[in-house]
Design a protein around this ligand. Structure first.
Ligand SMILES: [Ca+2]
Ligand SMILES: [Ca+2]
Ligand SMILES: [Ca+2]
Ligand SMILES: [Ca+2]
Length: 232
């Protein structure tokens, strides 16, 4: 009898450990739904005063490999227009032939490098099967070679429409020590890719610190040595 009790306890303990670990893996935080649930004031538009359907009032240079622009029908830069909703508040719906091998991507380029601390990605208004299921956030300093900062490969992380989900460094992706001037969102797959209208994203917000870049001790030594040398 005692042995059975001990065994039962052991099984319960293991079950508890497995479930708490899987909870930690899915640590992303749901902030709510709709425009009011966005954090606001992200790096692309600290004043939240960018034009909803024109590239005016933003602090980043945007580019994309599908429908670049704020105007036009549901173009890609609508992920930075500070709005959640239908029509031109979202990026939709994917190009003919399905998602290319390089993915569908939209990039924000900044004047200085930022160490990414957290970001939000929001679902759009339409059918859930268009939400990204395989996607990444990447960083770069030349706009050509990108490093993966966050990656997801599995079910859609959104369970409601226009839902704002927060991802934090040290929790949902590695604590960052490198600053990047370019941040790129890349979608590699959705549940309905490649049929019909198969893709959509509502909004993306990036937050970072320009002073967190780890100082290379060697660089510091060189600087000190240089100033000592010059002083002679
Ligand atoms: Ca602005
Ligand atoms: Ca914004
Ligand atoms: Ca818009
Ligand atoms: Ca938007």
């Amino acid at each position: 009898m005692k042995i059975i009790l001990v065994l039962t306890g052991f099984v319960l303990l293991i079950t508890f450990c497995v479930f708490s670990t899987s909870d930690m893996v899915q640590a992303k935080e749901v902030l709510g739904t709709g425009t009011a649930a966005l954090l606001g004031g992200d790096l692309t538009d600290p004043e939240d005063d960018g034009a909803p359907d024109a590239d005016e009032g933003y602090n980043a240079i945007f580019s994309a490999n599908e429908e670049p622009g704020f105007g036009g029908g549901e173009h890609s830069f609508n992920v930075f227009d500070n709005l959640l909703g239908g029509g031109n508040a979202k990026w939709c719906c994917g190009r003919g032939g399905g998602i290319p091998e390089e993915g569908l991507h939209v990039t924000a380029e900044f004047e200085v490098a930022y160490v990414l601390t957290h970001f939000t990605v929001s679902s759009a208004n339409d059918v859930p099967a268009r939400d990204p299921t395989v996607w990444e956030i990447q960083g770069s300093n030349d706009g050509e070679d990108f490093t993966t900062i966050f990656s997801h490969d599995g079910d859609s992380l959104w369970d409601q429409r226009l839902q704002v989900v927060l991802f934090e460094a040290g929790d949902d992706f590695d604590e960052q020590t490198t600053g990047y001037r370019f941040f790129r969102h890349v979608t590699f797959n959705t549940a309905s890719n490649p049929s019909g209208a198969y893709f959509q994203i509502g909004e993306i917000e990036y937050f970072g610190d320009e002073n967190l870049t780890a100082v290379d001790p060697k660089a510091k030594l060189t600087t000190t040595w240089g100033s000592v040398k010059n002083a002679r």
